[in-house]
Write a protein that binds this ligand. Structure first.
Ligand code: ZN
Length: 404
């Protein structure tokens, strides 16, 4: 089994070791060393990256069965003696997030009696799941404050390797997943003691800051997303940039942003309302004009009109307006990427709109549509205004032939 040096020393970034086995993983060359500082995926913490003899380390994991640490590489290495270099930025980020998690989990216990039942450390987010779903905002804030106080007190963090039976006697936050006879305990000075196999900073101060960024209730649990240290800085920077830009756009201070956005939303809502009313008015005017110029036969009025630029909703408003007049039949069409036809008639006007639509749609090469004798619509394929006019003309011819 590989000697796991990262258990006792998380700060070594460069080390020499000996190759004890060469293997392959997913067609990639892989090495097993006599000892390693590369952290393998485990306990909710992702694996380290880095280089071995200048070759990129793609993945590190623990092999089932014998517990060897497998280093998956981008290329072959043939020497017996190797030098390993840990990607320190990534590792230190994991150390900050993971230690911050220990502190935050203990703080949730002390402030809100909420226990951590799940932990996930990803590339972009870190979350814990709490066994209480009903935490109040004040409890979250008090927890966050306590956690940051512990960070700023710069407390020592020690690692103890103790026999399993001794660990069982101690009041641990989390019981160890037993692997062998010893248990690794992470001891945050006079604050938290827990069994953990991950990598941590040596003093709480190195976590820098912990900030809760999102809460997601899940049944009777609460998922808490947070970020620590450098991630918190990046998060702050990003949000600060967004807010600064928004404040400049609104020509206001950031503390007035919420009011400015609320005002804007109200204005947009009113503008929408007004525009809707104006469109209805416009359609009524257009309707009157079209009625005036309609084809008349035996006292019926047939309005045949194709449009190029019109909202399909306007077409409906217009059709409804037209058929308010007894004896009116509206054969309307809209050209464009998805051409549309809308046929409607007054109750006592002649013609079966669904039948006329069927014939007209053939001109557009579509069969997508239907409706009743009084109201039918359809369309789908792209068609220019001339093609739509042809379709409408066919429907009009058929209709006129039915009126005697
Ligand atoms: Zn840990």
């Amino acid at each position: 089994m590989t000697q796991r040096c990262f258990y006792l020393d998380a700060y070594t970034r460069s080390f020499d070791a000996r190759v004890v086995e060469r293997t392959r993983h997913d067609q990639q060359p892989a090495l097993i060393l006599d000892k390693t500082y590369f952290y393998p995926t485990s306990g909710g913490q992702p694996a380290d990256r880095g280089q071995i003899n200048g070759v990129h380390v793609k993945d590190v994991f623990i092999r089932d069965g014998d517990g060897s640490v497998v280093h998956v590489l981008d290329g072959e290495i043939w020497t017996e003696e190797i030098n390993g270099e840990i990607d320190w930025e990534r590792r230190f980020d994991h150390m900050q997030q993971h230690t911050g998690q220990h502190i935050l989990s203990q703080a949730f216990i002390q402030v809100a009696s909420a226990r951590t039942v799940g932990f996930h450390l990803g590339e972009n987010s870190v979350t814990i799941d709490l066994n209480r779903g009903d935490l109040k905002p004040e409890e979250i804030e008090a927890t966050e404050s306590l956690a940051n106080q512990i960070i700023w007190e710069d407390r020592r963090i020690r690692i103890h390797m103790v026999p399993v039976h001794e660990a069982e006697e101690m009041s641990l936050r989390k019981l160890p997943a037993v692997d062998g006879d010893t248990v690794r305990l992470i001891d945050i000075e006079k604050f938290d003691l827990t069994a953990c196999g991950g990598t941590h900073v040596s003093r709480t101060g190195a976590v820098g800051l912990v900030k809760v960024v999102k809460l997601e209730p899940r049944r009777d649990q609460l998922r808490v997303e947070f970020c620590c240290g450098r991630r918190a800085l990046i998060d702050y920077r990003r949000k600060n940039r967004i807010i600064t830009h928004l404040a400049a756009d609104f020509t206001t201070g950031y503390s007035e942003l919420e009011q400015s956005v609320a005002r804007l939303r109200e204005e947009v809502k009113q503008a929408h309302r007004q525009s809707k009313l104006q469109r209805i008015e416009l359609m009524q005017l257009l309707g009157s004009h079209l009625l005036h110029n309609a084809t008349e036969k035996n006292g019926y009025r047939i309005i045949t009109q194709a449009f190029e630029d019109k909202d399909p909703d306007d077409l409906k408003v217009l059709a409804n307006r037209l058929v308010e007049n007894p004896g009116a039949v509206a054969l309307l069409g809209l050209s464009g990427e998805k051409a549309q036809l809308l046929f409607a008639r007054a109750e006592k006007a002649p013609g079966a709109m669904n039948e006329l639509l069927k014939s007209a749609l053939q001109v557009l090469g579509s069969a997508a549509g239907g409706g009743s004798p009084q109201y039918a619509q359809g369309g789908g394929p792209a068609a220019d205004i001339e093609r739509v006019e042809q379709a409408l003309a066919r429907a009009e011819r058929l209709l006129l032939a039915q009126i005697h």
